[in-house]
Structure formats: structure tokens, C-alpha cells
Design a protein around this ligand. Structure first.
Ligand code: NAD
Ligand code: MG
Length: 393
């Protein structure tokens, strides 16, 4: 039986988005899947988006930046592919009738399109972790109303999804999220003061977008993933552990009460988790290199170090505090990472800015509905920007 899908890719010009489109092309060519591409979206790069839309045979392309709308129209002239621009156009793309939507926008900017796809009942291939970190309650409520399935793409969560016994969650002793440790795993904290964006984005095992690469270097990525796991899996927060595993072969594990530990393994290649969400509950072949354990030879493990990587502690505490705390931490981190990539602050300032915002931001009320989340997100961004300006670099 072939896998049939009508798909939309949000964030189609990014690392995950392009990987998804390549996988779709390979699955179509192999005859294992019949896939129609409904819509593709991007932030600003009209040419790259048009190219992706044409190659995928999409019906609609939306660029978030209103000023890039004309360039997109020109690039698609004569192809029959419709296009639009502006943040609402990205939401419109998410509202079109795809039954599978890849959420691969980076950052909280992905919330509105994600909510739109969730509300209408699409299955969501979920990469855009910041959305669950800041608006987890709202996203899960929208998914429940729509009736679609949230299929984790993040390699760790995809691994857990594959081995988690959803019928017997009370038999789970803990979830173990593996972490590569990033490019600075063996560096002492003082030596990180002057690292450059180029050094920070040079991840040892995965090739990814700039923001998540910096998050991997600070280990905020694992912090965000802990919070993501708390929303995706029915386990108590303190049962989610982090384990450093530099080879990135074991993508995560579930430890059951009888002492059995189930893991999912694979070459570190995002086509594997993406394929598992595309075909779910079926499977399709991927171009990923088969895992060769004899060649890998050794797998090692270390405890995480919250002193050298304060983002791990911040995110653990933010999850425990609950409410809007994770939204504040996420927004502050997004602003700080952007400033670091623009060389306006140093690497160690990233965690300091998050810490400052966590102390300073006092959102109104306890509600975690979408409006409250967006207000807390905006407040934290303002505080983070002021703090960056006061550092005066
Ligand atoms: P990326 O920077 O390579 O791509 C981001 C995409 O989002 C691009 O298509 C960009 O045009 C679009 N985008 C950015 N800002 C936008 C905005 N304001 N409005 C609309 N679109 C916007 O990022 P990536 O590495 O592909 O990561 C995407 C998401 O997936 C992130 O949340 C990341 O944490 C998660 N993720 C990525 C990987 C990976 O291997 N790259 C693995 C796991 C999870
Ligand atoms: Mg991950």
C-alpha cells in the first residue's frame, strides 16, 4: 500500500523544510508514496521559496515579509502557482486543506500558522519546538479541538514517540533525552567568553539552522526539548532526564518500571524522523545512510553540566515554575541568540539575558491562553532588547 498525503511545508526554505521537500521528492520517485504539495512558506527569501514551490509542484506559496511579495510573484510568473505575502498569507497557507503540515518555522513566529493548522484538524509534523515551549497549553487545546495528531520531528521526541507505551504511561519510570553536548562540550566556561557565531554554529553531528545551532552550543536546545517533552508525553516533569551522548546515535530512551530501557537509534540525519512522521504509522525508505554500529565502535555517555551550561538549569526551573515562565525564557533566548549572531553580545551574555528577563518580566495574571502568551512574549522581548542596549557593545 502506498502512503498518500496532501502536505504543506511551513518554513520550506529552512534546514528542516528543505529536508522535508527532498524526502518527498525521493518518496515520490521511488513510488512508495503519492504526495501532493498544497502550500509552502518562508520568511523573506522569495527566490529560494519560488524554487522550492516549483520543484515540489506546490499550488500556493506564501512569504511572510510583505516587501518580498512582488519578487515572489515575478519568480512564479507563468508557473500557475498562486502566491501571497505578509504574516496573514502564511496563516492562509496553513489553513489550506493539507492533511499533513510540517511545522518548521523557527521561533515563536510559527505560533499563528501552527494554531491555524491545528484548529482545522491537520496532522502536524512538529519541528518548531519554540511553539510548545511558549504556548504549549494553547497548542494542545487547538490540537484537541481539531482532532489531528501531533507527530514529533525533533529527533529525541521522535525517538520517544516510537518507543513510548501510550496505553500504559504509568509503567514509564523516566524519559531520557540524549544530547550531543554541542560544539563546546569539552570547553570550560571561561574559555567561551569570546567564541564567535561561526564557532557556535559548527555543530559536530547535525547540520541545522543558525538559531538551533546556537541553542545547541548553549544547551538551551536541550532545555527547550525538556519542556517540549513535558507537553508531548504524559509523564511528570521530574521524570524527564538529560544524558549527554556525543555520538548522537541513540536519539533518546524510555526507561520502564521493569528495568527495560527502549531506545531508537539511527544515523544523525533528519530525514529519518521526518520520514517517520510523513508515513506514520507506516514507514517509507529514506536516502539516509544505514547505521553501521561496527564502524561507530564506541558509544559514550556523560551527565549534563548545569554549571557550565546554565540554560539547562534555567529551562528546568522554568518548566517547574510553569505558567508564562517558559514563554518568557524562550522569547528572551530568541532575542539574545539573534543579537549574538549579529555580534552585538558575547556568547555568555545569552544565558545572562535569559536570566535577567526571568527575574524582571512580571506578566499580568496566570492565564496561559494564546493572548496572554503573546503578551508575555512581547514583554520579554522588550526587556531583553533593553538589556542588550544597556550592555553597550
Ligand atoms: P532554519 O532557520 O533553517 O529555517 C527556518 C524557516 O522558517 C525558514 O524557511 C524561514 O524562512 C522560516 N521563518 C523564519 N522566520 C519566520 C517568520 N518570522 N515567519 C515565517 N517564517 C519564518 O531553521 P531549522 O533549522 O530548519 O529549524 C526549524 C525549526 O525546527 C526550529 O524550531 C528548530 O528548533 C526545529 N528543529 C530543527 C532541527 C534541524 O535539524 N534543523 C532539528 C530539530 C528541530
Ligand atoms: Mg533535537
Amino acid at each position: 500500500m502506498t502512503v498518500k498525503r496532501r502536505v504543506t511545508v511551513l518554513g520550506a526554505t529552512g534546514s528542516v523544510g528543505l529536508c522535508t521537500l527532498e524526502l518527498i521528492a525521493a518518496a515520490r520517485a521511488s513510488g512508495d508514496a503519492e504526495i501532493e504539495v498544497v502550500a509552502v512558506t518562508a520568511n523573506t527569501n522569495a527566490e529560494k521559496l519560488a524554487e522550492a514551490a516549483i520543484r515540489a509542484g506546490a499550488k500556493f506559496a506564501a512569504v511572510c515579509d510583505p516587501d518580498s511579495g512582488d519578487a515572489l510573484k515575478r519568480a512564479l510568473a507563468g508557473t500557475g502557482i498562486q502566491s501571497a505575502s505578509g504574516p496573514d498569507a502564511v496563516v492562509e497557507a496553513a489553513q489550506m486543506d493539507a492533511d499533513w503540515v510540517m511545522a518548521a518555522i523557527v521561533g515563536a513566529a510559527g505560533i499563528r500558522p501552527l494554531m491555524a493548522a491545528a484548529e482545522r484538524g491537520a496532522d502536524i509534523a512538529f519541528a518548531n519546538k519554540e511553539c510548545l515551549v511558549c504556548a504549549g497549553d494553547a497548542v494542545l487545546a487547538a490540537m484537541a479541538r481539531g482532532g489531528g495528531r501531533l507527530l514529533p520531528v525533533d529527533s529525541e521526541h521522535n525517538a520517544i514517540f516510537q518507543v513510548f507505551d501510550f496505553e500504559r504511561p504509568h509503567r514509564v519510570r523516566k524519559i531520557i533525552l540524549t544530547a550531543s553536548g554541542g560544539p563546546f562540550r569539552q570547553r570550560d566556561r571561561a574559555s567561551l567568553k569570546n567564541v564567535t557565531p561561526e564557532e557556535a554554529v559548527a555543530h559536530p553531528n547535525w547540520s541545522m539552522g543558525a538559531k538551533i545551532s546556537v541553542d545547541s552550543a548553549t544547551m538551551m536546545n536541550k532545555g527547550l526539548e525538556r519542556i517540549e517533552a513535558a507537553y508531548l508525553f504524559p509523564v511528570a516533569h521530574d521524570l524527564i532526564d538529560v544524558l549527554v551522548h556525543p555520538q548522537s546515535v541513540i536519539h533518546s530512551m524510555v526507561d520502564y518500571v521493569d528495568g527495560s530501557v527502549l531506545a531508537q537509534l539511527g544515523t544523525p540525519d533528519m530525514t529519518i524522523p521526518i520520514a517517520s512522521t510523513l508515513a506514520w504509522p507506516d514507514r517509507v525508505p529514506t536516502p539516509a545512510k544505514p547505521l553501521d554500529l561496527a564502524q561507530i565502535g564506541t558509544m559514550t555517555f556523560e551527565p549534563p553540566d548545569e554549571d557550565r551550561f546554565p540554560a539547562l538549569r534555567q529551562s528546568r526551573e522554568a518548566l517547574k515554575a510553569g505558567g508564562l515562565t517558559t514563554a518568557i525564557m524562550n522569547a528572551a533566548n530568541e532575542i539574545a541568540v539573534e543579537a549574538f549572531l549579529q555580534r552585538r553580545i558575547g556568547f555568555l551574555d545569552i544565558a545572562d539575558i535569559a536570566e535577567f528577563c526571568l527575574e524582571e518580566a512580571r506578566p499580568d495574571g496566570l492565564s496561559t491562553d494564546l493572548e496572554a502568551v503573546l503578551a508575555a512574549d512581547a514583554l520579554a522581548r522588550q526587556i531583553a532588547l533593553k538589556r542588550i542596549a544597556s550592555l553597550g557593545r
